[in-house]
Structures are given as structure tokens and as C-alpha cells.
Design a protein around this ligand. Sequence first.
Ligand SMILES: Nc1ncnc2c1ncn2[C@@H]1O[C@H](COP(=O)(O)OP(=O)(O)OP(=O)(O)O)[C@@H](O)[C@H]1O
Ligand SMILES: Cc1cn([C@H]2C[C@H](O)[C@@H](COP(=O)(O)O)O2)c(=O)[nH]c1=O
Length: 143
Amino acid sequence: MAARADHVDQIIRPALEGGQLVLCDRYHHSTIAYQGYGVGRGATDILKFIDDARRLIAFEPDKTFLLDVPPEVAAHRLARRKGRADRYEEKGADFHDRVRRGFDEIEAQESVRIIRIDADGDADALSRILCFKIKELMAGAAQ
Ligand SMILES: Nc1ncnc2c1ncn2[C@@H]1O[C@H](COP(=O)(O)OP(=O)(O)OP(=O)(O)O)[C@@H](O)[C@H]1O
Ligand SMILES: Cc1cn([C@H]2C[C@H](O)[C@@H](COP(=O)(O)O)O2)c(=O)[nH]c1=O
């Protein structure tokens, strides 16, 4: 959370104040899913702790893209990737099932903010879909 607050102060806030569009690879929805549901197993006090910290930071994304792939596709992509898995990627299927359930819960609670994208296609196709969606959102915001 300290890193998140620092990121907001150093990068996100100045960019927004300068009129820029900010795209962020993961934000506090990942904290809820990974630390709240994955590590914390969805315990009420842990989810509340994360939610309280989120409110202190106060910056909310307008939209969050939730890139959805079946677990076996994610595992296959990670196996092909060069470099070591991070400490969450190394965890077992139970952990990742809890994280996935966490994202499902977040989507149910924040259905207007979350845009679920089927990320099973290839990287170029996915990139085109995301660019299209972002342009669409920007056009809507400009009206
Ligand atoms: N749509 C896609 N189709 C095929 N391969 C993909 C696609 N998206 C990502 N990959 C591959 O899957 C692997 C993992 O993806 P990526 O590196 O984007 O995840 P990441 O940055 O580790 O995600 P995070 O750290 O946020 O969990 C990489 O080898 C990447 O090239
Ligand atoms: C933001 C955030 C990320 N994670 C986990 C999820 C992934 O395994 C890595 C990705 O980290 P990166 O810095 O984006 O490459 O970290 C997490 O557990 N909680 C979070 O809040």
C-alpha cells in the first residue's frame, strides 16, 4: 500500500493534473484479489483492512480491464515465458482459484467500473481490442 501511495503521488496524480490519460498495469483490484482473497482467503477483517487503505489513497480508476484467461492457458503462457515466476505465480491451483474468485467478487461489486475481456486470443488481437475499447471510452468521456 505504501508503494501504491507513492506511485499515486509521484506518477499518477501529476499525470492526471497535466491532463494525461493514465494506463496502469494492475492497481488496487489486484491487491483485493491477491492479498485479500488469495493470501487472506477472503477473511472479512483482511478485506476491510485493504478497503480502508484503498480509501486513504483515494485515487480510483475510471475503468479496470479484467483480462480473463482459463487457468490452463495462463499456466501455458507462464511456462513459455523466459525468466523466473514471481512469488504469486509460483503458488498452487488453490491460491489461483481464490484469486480468480476474488476478481469475480470485485466484478459483481463494481460492475460499472470493471470491463471483462476474453484474453484467450493472441497478443496482437488482444491489443487491438484494448485500443478499440480505450478509444471508445475516451470518445464517450469527451462528449
Ligand atoms: N494474448 C496473449 N497471447 C499469447 N501469449 C501472451 C498473451 N499475453 C501475454 N502472453 C505471454 O504470456 C506471458 C506472460 O504475460 P505477461 O508477461 O504479460 O504477464 P505479466 O506481465 O507477468 O503479468 P503480471 O506481472 O501483471 O502478472 C508472456 O510470455 C507473454 O508474452
Ligand atoms: C499490484 C499487485 C500485484 N500483485 C501480484 C500479481 C502478480 O503476480 C505480480 C505482478 O506484479 P507487477 O509488479 O505488476 O509485475 O504481483 C499482488 O499480489 N498485489 C498487488 O497489489
